[in-house]
Design a protein around this ligand. Structure first.
Ligand SMILES: *Cc1c(COP(=O)(O)O)cnc(C)c1O
Length: 224
């Protein structure tokens, strides 16, 4: 399938789910290109996508260098503190802020404000990174000590399941936590965004208020 066909399908699904709920805006689609070539990423650019996500430094660099300058680059993977200096100033949005040591390193190395999502492990799966829901507010309060960090929102990865009720519950809990953070009115943490939903669950995430969906396999595909 071409990226265009996949994108048309995704956009129509998103629009359908937005209109069936009481939402007023549609989420931005981030093309996750970690499984595919530069050529395939360019195909996504050519259909009009301007947000790209990668989870490793090398892939991030390669795609950023190859794509035109008007793209927004999202780093969606966990970032080791010792690697921060190599990549932080290339990042527009970091989706995986999950510990204070990382915040500290960012504030030391960044030369501009980095828009960050705090990663939350809502389902508390062992295999996933992120804070528990209870840890989110104390963590964000601590971030006031660090420069160059703006908490634009919360991010989660849901379990791989087709249990819609479970997925809805997870996304809803993230949204409620987002609202709680927003209510704190912290100048460095406007926390208006929700980065949630992947190939398997973007429609449900949209319905639950995602403002960014991160889609790899069903948009650009997956090369083995
Ligand atoms: C790989 C990845 C995605 C995209 O996954 P697909 O299931 O291929 O859509 C989204 N978010 C994160 C954090 C990822 O690592």
């Amino acid at each position: 399938m071409s990226v265009q066909e996949n994108y048309n399908h995704i956009q129509s699904e998103i629009k359908k789910h937005v209109s069936e709920s009481e939402l007023t805006s549609i989420p931005r689609v981030i093309a996750v290109t970690k499984y595919v070539t530069i050529e395939r990423a360019k195909e996504a650019y050519d259909v009009g996508i301007r947000d790209f996500g990668e989870n490793r430094i090398e892939g991030f660099r390669d795609k950023k260098a190859a794509l035109p300058d008007d793209v927004t680059m999202h780093f969606i993977g966990s970032l080791q503190s010792r690697k921060v200096k190599e990549v932080i100033n290339e990042i527009d949005y970091l989706h995986a802020l999950d510990r204070e040591s990382l915040a500290k390193e960012i504030s030391k190395r960044a030369t501009h404000t980095i828009k960050c999502f705090v990663q939350v492990n809502v389902s508390e799966e062992q295999s996933k990174h992120g804070l528990t829901l209870e840890e989110v507010i104390p963590f964000i309060q601590q971030l006031g000590h660090y420069d160059h960090i703006q908490v634009v929102g919360l991010m989660t990865m849901a379990p791989y399941t087709d249990d819609e009720a479970q997925l809805k519950d997870i996304f809803k809990q993230l949204k409620l936590k987002r609202d709680d953070v927003q209510a704190l009115n912290l100048d460095y943490a406007p926390c208006t965004e929700l980065s949630m939903g992947m190939s398997n669950d973007y429609a449900i995430a949209t319905e639950m208020g995602a403002t960014y969906v991160r889609i790899g396999t069903s948009l650009v595909g997956k090369e083995e």
